[in-house]
Design a protein around this ligand. Structure first.
Ligand code: C5P
Length: 297
């Protein structure tokens, strides 16, 4: 028996880091949308066994993805077994499309895909509340991927609330170009730069006011866009602000970085041709840069 689970990427349409907490993490207010683009995870039931060795295994088509215990898929599987008492075994096969170190949530999404797959294979042993608790324990972005809808994240990311239906309708189905240079940006490094710079935080009340005004009004997503991690990342990775400025000037786009980068995105009009934009990206960042045209889910 096997199940196949889609594991979407995400982008942060709005990301306001509001301050540093006593536990070293940061508080944030963010609007996040899953994409139609993502990875695929297949889980196949293995032979039932009680010992942990070889109980959960992972294979991946991309050589640079670690398939050992450091992969969140295997951490999620062990947590699922511990939490639910499920005694089965499973072999995972991941088809990787979401680039790593991109701020597109690939690792968190894969972890949630693993929880979903095991919950199906085990006949639904985990309650919704248990799935949510496991996701929160696995990573700051994980709870979001349980919703599979545009959502607001608060706290360190684990407090997730759906957008109102009217606001979600302005998000869903929008065309977007997601593009990434050949280098990635490590999330802990980016937060460390924010701490060192000190002045980039947006007070929580201001972030909430901006979000509330956009949610209650009728403005398109373009008016919501914000990422206050950009100054920290742009200071070192100059290729990002240089290209984004070009895309603003030449194509009238409003491009932004997603999460802690290095992936960026630009919302597209339905009639906008992508080929000249992709050509401009490749000219600036070189052919290893990836560009994916997709839609917000
Ligand atoms: O939870 P996650 O593994 O995504 O976080 C990676 C790192 O990013 C954390 O160890 C922390 O340094 C930083 N981080 C943070 N505040 C957040 C999320 C992540 O400082 N809300």
């Amino acid at each position: 028996m096997s199940v196949t689970v889609f594991s979407p990427a995400k982008i942060n349409l709005f990301l306001a880091i509001t301050g540093r907490r006593a536990d070293g993490f940061h508080d944030l207010v963010s609007v996040v949308a899953p994409l139609e683009f993502g990875d695929e995870l297949v889980a196949e039931v293995g032979e039932r066994r009680t010992e942990d060795a070889g109980r959960f295994t992972l294979k991946c088509d991309a050589a640079d993805v670690p398939v050992d215990e450091t992969n969140l898929i295997l951490k999620a599987a062990k947590l699922f077994a511990r939490t639910t008492g499920w005694t089965g075994a499973a072999h995972f096969r991941l088809t990787k499309r979401i680039p790593m170190g991109a701020g597109l949530g690939g690792g968190s999404s894969n972890a949630v895909a693993a929880l979903r797959a095991l919950n199906q294979l085990s006949g639904g042993r985990a309650s919704d509340a248990q799935l949510e608790a496991m996701a929160a324990q696995l990573g700051s972005d994980c709870v979001l991927f349980l919703r599979d809808a545009p959502a607001v994240m608060r706290g360190r990311g684990e407090r997730v609330e759906n957008l109102s239906a009217a606001a979600a309708a302005r998000v869903r189905g929008r065309r977007v170009l997601v593009f990434k240079p050949s280098f990635g940006i490590a999330t802990p490094w980016a937060y460390g730069r924010m701490v060192a710079r000190g002045g980039d935080y947006l007070p929580a009340a201001e972030a909430e006011a901006r979000l509330a005004a956009w949610s209650a009004g009728g403005a398109p997503v373009e008016e919501l866009l914000l990422n206050n991690m950009e100054p920290a990342a742009f200071e070192k990775y100059l290729a990002l602000p240089v290209l984004l400025a070009r895309l603003r000037e030449e194509f009238g786009l409003a491009p932004h970085m997603s999460g802690s980068g290095s992936a960026c995105f630009a919302l597209l009009r339905d009639d906008q041709a992508t080929a000249p934009i992709v050509e401009r990206i490749r000219a600036a960042w070189g052919p290893p840069a990836s560009a994916i045209e997709t839609r917000l889910r």
